[in-house]
Structure formats: C-alpha cells, structure tokens
Design a binder for this molecule. Structure first.
Ligand SMILES: [Mg+2]
Length: 420
C-alpha cells in the first residue's frame, strides 16, 4: 500500500513560543539567540519582523545586528520549548502512534492507517495545522508525501502555516527544479561537489547514473540517488519504540563543530575507547553499533549497523562507527555532537560457540587485541585515564580530552547507579 507520510515543522519554533509567552514580542524584530560569548552565539530562531530584515537562522548574532541594530535578543528557554514540543506531539498522536520527532520542532507522522478515520493526507495535515494554531497559538507547515524525504521537502516548500502535497503525480514538477541542497542531509560541501559535476538541481541528480554517483561519493552516492528519485523508504518510528535498555553509549559535544574526516576519526576512536572499556568491564560484547549525530541546529539522527563477530574491541567499534558515518553523512556538514552506542549486548562468556564459526587465526588476533586493551584498562585504573591516551588526541582543538574526562565521570555515576 502506498504510504502517506506527513512532516510537520513548527515555524520559527523558539521565537513563536516566546511570542505566545510575551505577546509584545510580536511587535518588534526579535530573535532567540545562544550565548554571544561562546560557540552558541548564533541566531536560533527569529520572528516575522526580524525575518523582514533578512535575518537568517544560524547566522551569527554579530551579523544579525548589522542588519537590524534594534533587534531584540532573547536567550533560549529550552524547558519551555520542550513543554510546547510535548503539547504539539499530543496533537499529532491523536492521528497516529507512528510519530518520529526530529529535533524539538519537527516530526514525521505515518498516517497510512489513519486515512479511513480522518481523511486523506491533505485533510489530516489541514486538521493538524488548524488544531496546533487554535490550541497553542503557533503555526506549523506540513509536507504530505509518500516518503520521509519528500514530506520534509514539502514542509519547507511553503511556510509558515501551510500544507504542501508532493505526490507521485506532481513530484517531478515540484521537486526536480529545486537545488540539491534542499534535500535533507545534503550540505554545502556535497552541493559544491555535485555542482562541479554539473549537478545543481534535484532533477539533474535524479537523472545521474547511480554508478557515477557511487564512484564519486561512495556509499553516500546510493543515498543521494534514492533521495532524489523518491525511493527512500525508511519507516517512521513508533512512539512505543523504546531504546534498547541494555546498551553502552558515549557522546561528546565538540568545542567547535567538526567537519573533516580527520576530526570524525579522532572523535569516533576516542569515543569507542570508552565504550569498549565499559563493555569489557561488564564482560559484555556488542553485535550492533549505533552512531548518533546532532547538527548545530540540534537536529539528531541515528544510524546503526550489525557488527560481526560480536566485539568489545575499541578499534573494531570505531571502524564500524566510521563506516556508518561515511555511508550516511557527508563530509563538510557541521556536526555538533556525536554519540556511539554499543547495542545488542551479550555476555562474552556465552559466545564461545559462535566464535567457533570464525577463522582460528582471526580469533587469536582478536584475543590479542582484546588483551592489549585489557592491559591499557589495567594501567588506567592504577594511574588514571590520562596515563594512556590516544596519541592522535593530544593537542586537538575539538575538546576530546575534556569530553573524555566528563564521560568518565558520567560513566562512574551510572556504574554506581547500577549498584544501587
Ligand atoms: Mg521549524
């Protein structure tokens, strides 16, 4: 059955919530901005009047002030936004239990099985748009389509307070003329590389041979092709889908957004060290690795892959994490936070049978690697984490050591929680 997917986007969410709270903000150019001193000194959201000055989300406060010197700046109140975000979600959940949030202000809804009750995709989108506006005083734009990527495009296409339907019949007319970077996850860097191959619109991308895209972009090439052709078919998560309770994860928020593959590697190898250390300490191995990326606009997405044989070795986890990132994210797009999670855990001592399937030489090599990492664990537990650090993490500027120390602290916390 053809799916009906909605993507709902609360317009200028943070600024809209502030305007509901303080209606006088509606009469002045106003923006919600992060701390001017630190790395967060960017415009997070702006109201309609500020938009008329050409102020853009994600530009620096400094540059926004150049455009409008009377701009009223409001610091973000995340708890308030989370509360509103929850209220908006309750409205979505009247229509379906397949609701997958994307940041605080966006969500995908699969309403395929709700059509019999509530009407077609357009009608459901309209009732959601009206309900959010009437009940909460903020506006949403909604995209309706047959996959998540085009639904997302639809919510960007016309805003604020609008519904756009991108169907099998009209998608070529609507989507093909748009620039490639209007597709989710295509950043400036990828758009530039595509432009150097004379691919500027989604239509041009859709018409490019998958083999060429693969040769140029690796696994991301396949993704680009399927996105442009409307073949993306990932499901919308259910509200009942809970994270695997048994997992070991570690994340770091970088001192500055990272963009290069060298920085990816540095971060992933450092994060994996901690994950593997905690697995070994619990006598566990994982057979799934998950990577979560948070962008500077606080959008989060996760991808996961199986890892075989099950492992507690940091460089194997890191290599898998790198593979995941390479196949799902383009170099050059800024990353604010990265998390690696080891999932599908099992006790190492119950796995002998499974390991028997693998090459003996391989088993010995892996045993050696695991023992080496155990030795490192031993040295660290006696002399502190700083006694042995990855050579490559020394002198980096993205905040790895700071993060590692914090994570270790957090790890201790949850371990002692476990004992309670
Ligand atoms: Mg929004």
């Amino acid at each position: 059955m053809e799916r009906t997917i909605l993507h709902c986007d609360c317009n200028s969410f943070f600024a809209s919530v502030e305007c509901v709270d303080y209606p006088s903000y509606r009469n002045v150019p106003m923006a919600v901005a992060g701390d001017v001193e630190a790395r967060h000194g960017i415009i997070l959201a702006k109201n309609e009047l500020a938009k008329q000055y050409g102020i853009k989300t994600a530009e620096t406060v400094w540059s926004a002030k150049q455009k409008c010197k009377d701009l009223v700046l409001v610091p973000p109140h995340y708890e308030k936004y989370a509360y509103f975000s929850g209220m908006v979600r309750r409205i979505y959940e009247r229509y379906t239990d397949l609701v997958e949030p994307f940041g605080m202000d966006e969500a995908w809804l699969d309403v395929t099985n709700s059509r019999a009750l509530f009407g077609d995709g357009y009608q459901i989108a309209e009732s959601i748009r009206k309900a959010v506006k009437e009940e909460l005083g903020i506006t949403v734009s909604v995209g309706v389509s047959f996959n998540k990527i085009f639904a997302k495009l639809g919510s960007d296409y016309k805003k604020p307070d609008a519904v756009t339907v991108i169907s099998r019949e009209n998608y070529k007319d609507i989507v093909y003329p748009l620039p490639v970077d209007s597709l989710l996850f295509i950043g400036k860097q990828t758009a530039l590389s595509l432009a150097s191959c004379n691919i500027r619109t989604i239509g041009e991308l859709a018409a490019t041979s998958p083999a060429f895209l693969r040769s140029r972009f690796g696994k991301v090439g396949d993704l680009l092709f399927s996105y442009a052709n409307g073949e993306e078919n990932s499901p919308v998560a259910s509200i009942y889908q809970k994270e695997d309770a048994k997992s070991v994860g570690n994340g770091i928020t970088f001192r500055h957004d990272i963009t290069t593959k060298a920085e990816w590697k540095l971060a992933l190898y450092s994060l994996s060290e901690d994950v593997a250390y905690r697995l070994r300490k619990q006598g566990m191995v994982c057979s799934t690795v998950s990577v979560t990326v948070k962008t500077p606009m606080l959008k989060t997405f996760s991808r996961q892959k199986p890892i075989s044989p099950p492992t507690d070795i940091s460089r194997e986890i890191a290599a898998k994490a790198l593979e995941i990132l390479e196949s799902s994210f383009s170099v050059g797009s800024p990353i604010r936070m990265l998390t690696i999670t080891a999932m599908s855990l099992a006790r190492k001592d119950t796995l002998t049978e499974q390991i028997g399937f693998f090459d003996q030489e391989d088993v010995e090599k892996r045993e050696k690697a695991s023992r080496l990492e155990d030795t490192v664990d031993g040295i660290r537990s006696r002399y502190g984490h700083g006694a042995m650090v990855l050579g490559s993490t020394l002198g980096n500027t993205i905040g790895i050591e700071e993060g590692a120390a914090k994570r270790r602290q957090k790890g201790k916390q949850s371990e002692s929680d476990d004992k309670k």
